[in-house]
Every structure is written in C-alpha cells, then in structure tokens.
Design a protein around this ligand. Structure first.
Ligand code: UT7
Length: 336
C-alpha cells in the first residue's frame, strides 16, 4: 500500500502587486525588498475573496488535471479533505475544509483544517496519508492562505513579505509498495515543533488569550507580528536540520534527491541553508520572486508548478521542507 500524489493544482488571485507598486504607499523600495528577501511581486486577493475561495480554485485545478472537463464529477471520489491554513474564513469554526466540501459538493468526506503555519501542507500530507490507512482511498490536501487580510500594512518589516495563494494535491492509496524496491509515494515525513518560540511569530489578538472586548475600539485588525531576526535564525537551523534528518533516516544523500521544494519566506534563508549543506541553490525549486511568502500555499503551489514544468518524472525522489509559526518545521520525502 502506497500513498501517491496523482494530481496537483494551484491558484493565485489575478491582482499582481510589484515592489514598485508597494513603494508608492509604503516607505520601501524594490531594491530593499529584492536584496533582503528575493521577492519581486505578490498576488493579493480581492475584498470579496476568502481563503476557501482560493482553496476551491486550487482544488478544481487539481481535479481538472485528474479528470479533464469532469472536475466536479471527480470531486465525488474524494473521501477526505485536509486544509492547512493560518487564515481561515472564520475564527475557530467552521473549518475551511468544510466550506470546500460544500462548494465542491463532495459527499461522504471527512473534512478538517491543520494549524501548523507555513509547515501546514507538509503536516497535512502526512495526516492525510495516515487517515487513508483506514477505509478511505482518496484525499484532497490543500494549503491555502490569504495573509494580506491579517497583515499590518503600517509595518513595512512584515507587510512586504506576504502574498495570497492556494495549492492542492490529490493523494491516493494505491497498490504500489510503500517500502523496499520500487517503493512509491509519500515514503517518509519528519514533523517538529518548538513552542518555546511561539511569541516570535503570532497573531496576538482575538483568541481566548486576549479576546476582543465589547465596546473596544481597535486601531489595527488582527495581524501578524514577527520577530524577523529570531525567526530567520530558527528557519535556517530548522530547515537544514530537517533536510539532514530526512536524508539520514532514509539512508540516502543529496545525489538521490532530484529537487527540494521548500517553504519560501526569504531567498536568503535558502541561500544560507544551501551554503551550510554544501549544495547548489539549483537543488531548490524556487518561485518566491513571483509570489512572495504565501505560507501554507507556498509548497503546494511550487509542487504544482514543478510537476507541470515537465522536469518532474514518475520515479523521481523529491523533498518538501517547511518551517513557520508555532514554531513548527517539517519535511516529506516523496517518490513521484
Ligand atoms: O514564513 C514564516 C517564517 N518567516 C520567516 O522566515 C522570515 C524570517 N525573517 C526574515 O526573512 C528577515 O528577518 C526580514 C526579511 C523579515 C527582515 O530582514 P532583515 O535583513 O533582518 O532586516 P531588519 O529587520 O534587520 O531591518 C534592517 C533595516 C532596518 O533599518 P535600520 O534600523 O537598519 O535603519 C529596517 O527599518 O531595514 C529596514 N526595513 C526596511 N527598509 C525598507 C525593514 N523593512 C523594510 C522595508 N523597506 N520593507
């Protein structure tokens, strides 16, 4: 029994905002953003879009790949919906996964969200594979975020970093081997957490720790706070450790891995990790220049672009690596 990705999809909102566009209203510049992060532009959702709208479009894109012209029919074959997100449509509940289930008219499917910030898609793939071990065959796994609605647009240190997007993968339980020669699909996952760093990256207001009070006037909506330097240092360490651990546990070297599809918060994090690991930056599939940091969506969007590039072939061994709020970190090894 193996757990194989049989289709992928993604969606980005149509509105593209360049660094120069941001510099019209924020005290920043294309030069600063590019040199400090590698970001050139980001896509920003419209006022009337919520995270589930992006998630549904990404799911339809994956279902269309699975069954051209029959995406809504293919949706009926889904037994489980898992959505990694940090920016759900509603506080607490319902989950984005339940809204996706209704919009795609998927019947008889379990649906829930995973909260692991930018590591969420990696966690979600492993959670879905675990749950397919029972009497379920196909899971729709989505990473979706609309962080621009929970961004402090007066904080130039964070607002230039994020974009909106969703990515999806359809994971299927197949008869292929999960171990030994010819093994396929999701073969190994590393999951980690460091709650001691929770306060370095968080949305402080609105939860049960510090709820809004009746009559309170807010000067800012719920927004992301980040201690950039602390998270940067964590990210480089967690990123390199996760990659090394996956290689060591699997008993392989970089030569065996065709590409690493990483979470992309800052190009400098990838460069620093590549230097530590003594590997070329070309080992990473990068698209941060176009989309910025889209949190849960970064890895599945990149995975879909890579899968559609023609360079990823059946049998190739690839790695995903994520890190983010929580703090969390995670990685998958996948035989495509
Ligand atoms: O996905 C979740 C995980 N997130 C991450 O991994 C993010 C990790 N952190 C980072 O990527 C980096 O720390 C940042 C990109 C957030 C910041 O980069 P930095 O090189 O650490 O910059 P800094 O915060 O140390 O700021 C350097 C200077 C400051 O000016 P002074 O005090 O030296 O005069 C800032 O005020 O750059 C200034 N600055 C800006 N200037 C123009 C900060 N943001 C901007 C901006 N435009 N947007």
């Amino acid at each position: 029994m193996a757990f194989e990705i049989i289709a992928t999809g993604h969606y980005v909102p149509s509105r593209r905002v360049t660094n120069d566009d941001l510099a019209q209203t924020i005290d920043t510049s294309d030069e600063w953003i590019r040199s400090h992060t590698g970001i050139g532009s980001r896509h920003i959702a419209s006022e009337d879009q919520a995270t589930s709208d992006l998630a549904v479009e990404a799911a339809l894109n994956a279902l269309e790949q699975l069954a051209p012209g029959k995406a809504m029919e293919a949706a009926k074959t889904i037994d489980l919906i898992v959505v990694g997100t940090s920016s759900p449509d509603y506080y607490g509940f319902p989950s984005v996964a339940c809204i996706v289930q209704e919009k795609l008219k998927i019947e008889n499917a379990g649906a829930f969200d995973v909260v692991a910030a930018c590591s969420g898609f990696v966690y979600s793939l492993d959670a879905a594979a675990g749950m397919l071990r029972g009497n379920r065959k196909r899971a729709l796994v989505i990473g979706a975020d609309l962080l621009t609605k929970i961004t402090d647009w007066s904080d130039r240190g964070t607002c230039v970093l994020f974009g909106d997007a969703a990515g999806a993968a359809i994971l299927e339980k197949t008869d292929a081997p999960e171990e030994g020669p010819g093994k396929r699909g999701l073969i190994r996952t590393v999951l980690g957490s460091e709650g001691s760093g929770a306060s370095e990256l968080l949305c402080a207001r609105g939860g049960t720790r510090d709820p809004f009070k009746a009559g309170e006037t807010l000067d800012k909506p719920i927004h992301i706070y980040m201690n950039g330097q602390a998270v940067y240092n964590f990210a480089v360490r967690a990123f390199t450790d996760t990659i090394e651990r996956l290689l060591e546990e699997e008993g392989i070297t970089f030569k065996d891995v065709k590409k690493i599809v990483p979470h992309q918060a800052n190009m400098r994090i990838i460069r620093a990790a590549a230097r530590r690991l003594k590997i070329s930056e070309d080992k990473f599939f990068m698209n941060i220049e176009k989309y910025a940091n889209t949190s849960n969506a970064t890895i599945p969007v990149a995975l879909d672009e890579y899968a559609r590039s023609g360079d990823l072939n059946r049998g190739d061994l690839i790695m995903t690596v994520g890190f983010g709020g929580g703090l969390t970190y995670a990685g998958n090894l996948i035989v495509w």
